[in-house]
Design a protein around this ligand. Sequence first.
Ligand SMILES: Cc1cc2nc3c(=O)[nH]c(=O)nc-3n(C[C@H](O)[C@H](O)[C@H](O)COP(=O)(O)O)c2cc1C
Length: 223
Amino acid sequence: MSRWSLSAGALCGALIVLGGSAVASGPEPVRLPAPQKAGGKPLMQCLAERHSERAFADRPLPDQVLSNLLWAAWGVNRPEAGKRTAPSANNRQEISVYVARADGLYLYDATDHALERILSSDIRAATGRQEYVGEAAVNLVYVADTTKMKATTEETINLYAGADTGFIAENVYLFCASEGLACCVRAMIDRDALAKTMGLGPEQRIVLAHSIGYPAPAAEETH
Ligand SMILES: Cc1cc2nc3c(=O)[nH]c(=O)nc-3n(C[C@H](O)[C@H](O)[C@H](O)COP(=O)(O)O)c2cc1C
């Protein structure tokens, strides 16, 4: 593994403590392994197997799986145009994908296919109101940056942000079906509390979150 490897402990940058949360300063992006764009189950099989699952094994996602997951979700698939694996209204690309893992909170940078470290604390349980959330290896938090949107009315902002997030979430569902991962998209979130924990600004709106991990052994047997 290169010095960019997540598991190699390359998460450097001086740490400071702000309001009780450890925050990484001096952004030192953690580059993910290149996504594997070939393979996976056939699309029709993924559609047949797509489902929500809420019981997770206590097992982290390997860096390569996380890399593939994030690329499938919202990666750049046409670098010459900077376009993505999911559509967005007016190509505004206003959705940010935050990645909450046991070792911290990161922001996915699709252009560099890297993670920017935001917090060094485990905020997984705070990304939802249900107990299983804290047990998932990864919780993605989909956040709309309203300053990037062409929409002018509240109704259109909510419509576009919801639709654009839905496409990303479905990519995640299909990737999980392909990989045999458990996942569940979620709206039950204490948005005010989570926004505060994540240090979001007033222009950033949490749309949905998505719990992902290996299925709990009992659940594995039933699928
Ligand atoms: C917008 C949206 C919000 C959801 N919110 C939650 C949630 O907060 N908690 C949860 O456990 N499941 C949540 N779900 C998952 C649904 O309950 C699930 O998709 C539904 O029961 C159908 O099951 P399936 O995904 O296996 O087809 C949500 C799904 C969607 C599309």
